[in-house]
Design a protein around this ligand. Structure first.
Ligand SMILES: NC(=O)c1ccc[n+]([C@@H]2O[C@H](COP(=O)([O-])OP(=O)(O)OC[C@H]3O[C@@H](n4cnc5c(N)ncnc54)[C@H](O)[C@@H]3O)[C@@H](O)[C@H]2O)c1
Length: 284
């Protein structure tokens, strides 16, 4: 119960990573408001968590939706301690070359509108409440916030922009509000959708087997599930354990940035050397 008595607002909390964060926050004793465009996802959350959550249907691209979510959160729970900006969309690795001339402008606007403006507006709407509570902001970045090939140029640049947003806001909002980010790698159990402007709004990342694609190249040997990412969201939301922490982004992606390019499975060598030994070094 590391978040007992705390109140959070999670955007995009009706599915995937956001949903796992909501489940974990409630399990840790928090009450949680969730802003999401999916009424079905919000209804499922309510069914599971009852009065511990309040769902607000809306669009993170609109300041009004974000303000409404904060107002409903305060109305239901009396305060806001932690804002988790998380709602996002993907570009399904659409390359610059592949994007048609008549779609590229709208695709860029949609991507930045959800992934960057959505975070900016959520923080703007939450400022008075977070000032009152001396609260925290956590923004979901991505492996694509630091590295190539986690998306096409639209997604990758939008997540790099999130890094800038975190740093600038951490500087501007201190010492009252702390602002940090978490950069997960692939998320097993997510329903990440594509851009409407590219005709990809019904496409779900759940149709791609991330373990088949990534497990053999990641140093941890395993792409993580949504639930496995939630510990970091708890840590960043705690007050006592994060006193010196602001403007940081946790590269939380199974070693994406240090993976080998040539020999990707050096773990096999360890197995060859030590596989017949027990953990304390004795022969099995
Ligand atoms: N899935 C991955 O492999 C992966 C990897 C790295 C980072 N991420 C990031 O994790 C975050 C969560 O994504 P996910 O993978 O859990 O996807 P998801 O689609 O399962 O969850 C995203 C949620 O955001 C909501 N949403 C999307 N656009 C919205 C809007 N305009 N207004 C309100 N709600 C909106 C959706 O309804 C959904 O409930 C995103 O920021 C994503 O970029 C995902």
């Amino acid at each position: 119960m590391r978040l007992r008595g705390e109140v959070a607002l999670v955007t995009g909390g009706a599915s995937g990573l956001g949903r796992a964060v909501v489940d974990r926050y409630v399990a840790e004793g928090a009450r949680v408001a969730v802003l999401d465009r999916s009424s079905i996802g919000l209804a499922k959350l309510k069914e599971t968590h009852g009065d511990a959550i309040v769902g607000i249907e809306g669009d993170v691209r609109l300041l009004e939706s974000n303000k409404h979510a904060v107002a409903r959160c305060i109305e239901a729970f009396g305060k806001l301690d932690c804002l988790v900006g998380n709602a996002g969309v993907w570009d399904y690795m659409a390359t610059l070359v592949s994007m048609p001339d008549d779609q590229i402008e709208a695709a860029f606007d949609e991507m930045f509108s959800v992934n960057v403006k959505g975070y900016l507006l959520a923080v703007k709407a939450a400022l008075p409440a977070l000032y009152d509570s001396k609260g925290r902001v956590i923004l979901t970045a991505s492996n694509a916030a630091f590295y190539t090939s986690g998306g096409g140029p639209l997604y990758t640049s939008s997540k790099h922009a999130v890094v800038g947003l975190i740093k600038q806001l951490a500087y501007e909002l201190g010492p009252h509000i702390r602002v940090n980010g978490i950069a997960p790698g692939g998320v097993v159990g997510s329903d990440l959708r594509g851009l409407k402007a590219l005709g990809l709004q019904e496409q779900s990342i759940s149709t791609i087997s991330l373990p088949d694609m990534l497990d053999h190249v990641l140093p941890t040997g395993k792409v993580a599930t949504a639930e496995e990412y939630t510990g970091a969201y708890v840590f960043f939301a705690t007050r006592a354990e994060t006193v010196p922490l602001t403007g940081s982004i946790l590269d939380f992606n199974s070693g994406w940035g240090v993976r080998g390019l040539i020999d990707v499975n050096l773990g096999a060598e360890l197995d060859r050397c030590f596989g017949k030994q027990t953990m304390d070094g004795k022969a099995a």
